[in-house]
Design a protein around this ligand. Structure first.
Ligand code: ARG
Length: 464
């Protein structure tokens, strides 16, 4: 017998029942559902809508159901459709008539919105913790490589010298923004929807604030129609997940490139690489590739919920049930990716020598040469032109700028002096890049210190 069976004269067709059921997906909301129901029952008792004894009986029974679900002794069934009705059914089986009173002044529509918000806020805390760990690792790596000069690239072409530490700190900034996005998302979803009921609130004298307080929401939703129609918080959460995935994916792509024979900047640890079934020599960066690949599915989750919501009339429609697979998949995928990315990055070996050798070729110091001429009084455009001609000459004669003789330099500009050789050394070029937020060793060390303050502040706030 369905909990809503009164107005029906025949059973749901089996195909329809199975099609409609979401228990296989939403069973993981059991804890939030039970906590929400306990708060609701307590409030019903306090407001005199049910007796306080009845409220206590319901709360005790819900607690027993929780234990039974956790020990595997209670069954969740397809014919009870979803987690909300399964738990209500178990409650009625357990305590009979009193159990039937729990759903007073409530609907599954506000119930599911509540459960999902409670679930996601916990997920966000878990994700923030993982991101904090990742940030701490990046700071260690950046500190270790604050002085490791390497070629910086634009268009995948050698551009100007930077440090590996600075490159790591670029990712630190990205993940820091991602953490901010999750925190914003958390703030906006901090409104308790219960009491909106199906869509039009209720005729019972409920106390919504009391439920919000028990469930640790700082506010209640302000419009009953919006509260049961709204999945903005789901979209925002998945969108936050896509940002992190995109950043991880870019990072993985770089690690994959750096790990190639051609670059050889790093070597992935054996523990995070796999072999080939045919080519005995192979060691492939599968884990990094798979993180890059899984980014696609999290983007898919975002598109899926955006598409579900598009054109959906107010208020609740069953389409909304489709939000769960997307939102669970996005969070699970993200957590598993960050969790494996951290030890993978931690175990990477950096080949300083290969990186340093690669400072040759590509004329990383050509901008510095132009800057030198500016120092000697040339306007930048003319200096750029002259440096470009020297590069062209070097390409034709298979030389580095630093290998030109004084006579050769002077053919292009009479103001070049002996000091040019020192001026163009990669270490010297780098140390001059001392802009705030720039790549010099000193600036990277400062950035790491600021980063540590951020991570410590964040970890402290999370503990409270
Ligand atoms: N399983 C449903 C969902 O996830 C719960 C709400 C159902 N409400 C309804 N009126 N059918 O969206």
């Amino acid at each position: 017998m369905k909990l809503w069976g009164g107005r029906f004269s025949r059973d749901t067709a089996l195909e329809a029942e199975n099609f409609n059921a979401s228990i296989s997906v939403d069973s993981r909301l059991y804890l939030q559902d039970i906590e929400g129901s306990k708060a609701h029952a307590l409030m019903l008792g306090k407001c005199g809508i049910i007796s306080t004894d009845e409220a206590a009986e319901i709360i005790n029974a819900l607690e027993e159901i929780r234990l039974e679900l956790e020990s595997g002794s209670a069954d969740l069934k397809n014919d009870a459709e979803d987690i909300h009705m399964n738990i209500e059914k178990l409650l009625i089986e357990k305590i009979g008539e009193t159990g039937k009173k729990l759903h007073t002044a409530r609907s599954r529509n506000d119930q599911v919105a509540l459960d999902l918000k409670m679930y996601l806020r916990e997920e966000i805390h878990k994700i923030l913790k993982l991101l904090t760990e990742l940030e701490a690792l990046l700071l260690d790596k950046a500190e270790e490589h604050a002085g490791t000069i390497m070629p910086g690239y634009t268009h995948m072409q050698k551009a100007q010298p930077v440090t590996l530490g600075h490159h790591f700190m670029a990712y630190f900034e990205m993940f820091k923004r991602d953490m901010g996005r999750f925190r914003d998302c958390l703030k906006r979803m901090d409104a308790m929807p219960l009491g909106s009921c199906a869509l039009a609130g209720t005729t019972y004298p409920i106390d919504r604030k009391m439920v919000a307080d028990i469930l640790k929401f700082s506010d209640i939703t302000q419009n009953s129609i919006d509260a049961v129609s709204d999945r903005d918080f789901v979209i925002e959460y998945i969108s936050c997940c896509t940002f992190v995935m995109m950043h991880l994916s870019r990072f993985c792509e770089e690690l994959i490139i750096w790990n190639t024979e051609e670059f050889g900047y790093i070597e992935m640890d054996d523990g995070y690489s796999t072999g080939s079934s045919i080519m005995p020599q192979k060691k492939n960066p599968d884990v990094a590739e798979l993180i890059r690949g899984k980014t696609g599915r999290v983007y898919g989750d975002l598109i899926s919920i955006l598409t579900v919501m598009k054109g959906l009339p107010l208020s609740y429609n069953k389409d909304l049930q489709e939000d769960k697979e997307a939102v669970f998949d996005a969070g699970d995928t993200l957590k598993s990716c960050i969790s494996v990315f951290i030890p993978m990055l931690a175990s990477v070996t950096v080949n300083r020598e290969k990186i340093m050798n690669n400072l040759k070729g590509g004329f990383l110091n050509a901008t510095d040469l132009a800057d030198y001429l500016v120092k000697k009084g040339l306007p930048f455009r003319d200096a750029h032109e002259a440096a470009g001609e020297m590069v062209k000459y070097c390409i034709a004669h298979n030389k580095e700028l630093i290998e030109l003789s004084m006579d050769e330099f002077r053919k292009f500009s009479c103001c070049i002096e002996e000091e040019i050789y020192e001026f163009l050394r990669p270490e010297v070029c780098l140390s001059r890049r001392d802009t705030e937020g720039g790549p010099s060793e000193q600036r990277v060390r400062e950035a790491v210190l600021r980063g540590r303050e951020f991570v410590n502040r964040f970890a402290e706030a999370a503990d409270q």
